[in-house]
Write a protein that binds this ligand. Structure first.
Ligand code: ADP
Ligand code: MG
Length: 319
């Protein structure tokens, strides 16, 4: 059985929780802390204004499904995660695989200690029952036929559990988030499926691109500050890696023959952390920045050469 969901509503200030410049009186309803499925808060997370606007529109319009599309590591999964963390709103998460099946989303009969079969809700049905949220991460690796098992719930209709005859009506507040790398992405994202048209029709769609440079610099800097880096050094390193990352993304968009994968925020953060750790590496070994790049970011040998060039040029011009 699903755990009972009896949290007290609580009011949160948009300006304070999301660190954005809005009317200080603007509030949003969440819950008092306490539910086990509330994601942990990342204090270094930066809410981009445009993304937050889309998210709030989805949330307040009473819609059920939000699809976040974009290249790897643009920030698709962390947005719903951190949004829920700020509101103390439960978010069940499913890491989808090609073998994820409908029963893993909705539920199944499971033998109890007494040997008798008892119904256990899957994360999607549990969220519908509770009026909470579920995130289907990398949803489009799933077979289309499995995903369509959610169609009725995505429309807000009740469903009958065939095994028990129980009728479950989605409670207000039920929401489904779906992240995906588009099937037509230039990146090698293997095994993405085109979902069927009626399923696709059920979602609000949000396209997530890399953060603007100033915001990404704040993200990388926050990650460095968290591991104890001096603020001035954190700022310089963040500017350097974000500058090079954006050069790779630009080259990728210009269909450069060598730059075939744009540097992700995740890689940029890892690279920045390693630069700070490898401060003593000598110039013969590449120096801290190149040495850290070779270990922090995985790339083809041709792309590596090009990105090392960008990096040398950027280090050379750094103040
Ligand atoms: N706005 C942001 N603020 C802070 N960190 C971010 C932000 N966007 C992305 N990140 C970080 O970048 C990495 C990739 O983000 P994620 O949401 O997992 O990307 P995706 O789901 O698109 O692959 C994570 O480590 C995440 O914490
Ligand atoms: Mg993700």
């Amino acid at each position: 059985m699903s755990q009972s969901f009896q949290l007290k509503p609580a009011s949160y200030s948009l300006a304070k929780e999301f660190n954005v410049q809005v009317d200080p009186r603007a509030v949003i309803t969440g819950y008092e802390p306490g539910h086990h499925a509330v994601p942990p808060k990342d204090d270094g997370y930066v809410f981009n204004r445009g993304r937050l606007r889309d998210m709030l529109a989805f949330w307040e319009a009473g819609l059920i499904g939000l699809k976040l599309q974009g290249d790897p590591s643009t920030g698709k999964s962390s947005l719903p995660e951190q949004f829920h963390a700020r509101l103390n709103w439960p978010l069940y998460k499913v890491s989808c695989t090609p073998t994820t099946e409908a029963y893993q989303l909705l539920g199944q009969l499971v033998p109890g200690l007494d040997g008798r079969l008892a119904w256990t809700d899957g994360p999607v049905l549990r969220a519908a029952r509770e009026g909470s949220s579920v995130l289907l991460d990398e949803g489009n690796v799933m077979e289309p036929g499995q995903a369509t098992s959610m169609n009725l719930l995505l429309d807000g209709y009740c469903i009958t559990i065939p095994e028990t005859g129980e009728i479950v009506t989605p409670k207000p507040g039920f929401r489904v988030f779906w992240t995906e790398n588009p099937v037509d992405s230039r990146l090698v994202v293997a095994g993405r499926n085109v979902q069927d048209a009626p399923f696709e029709d059920r979602w609000m769609v949000m396209s997530v691109d890399y953060l603007p440079a100033d915001e990404e610099i704040r993200v990388v800097k926050n990650a460095l500050l968290k591991v104890g880096t001096d603020p001035n050094k954190a700022e310089l390193t963040a500017k350097l890696v974000v500058g090079v990352a954006n050069q790779t993304r630009q080259a990728y968009r210009n269909r450069d023959k060598v730059i075939v994968s744009p540097m992700s925020t995740r890689s940029a953060i890892r690279w920045a952390k390693l630069i700070r750790r490898f401060q003593n590496v000598k110039a013969e070994e590449g120096g801290p920045t190149i040495y850290a790049l070779r270990r922090g970011v995985s790339m083809s040998p041709e792309q590596r050469d090009a990105v090392e060039e960008y990096t040398r040029a950027a280090v050379g011009t750094a103040p």
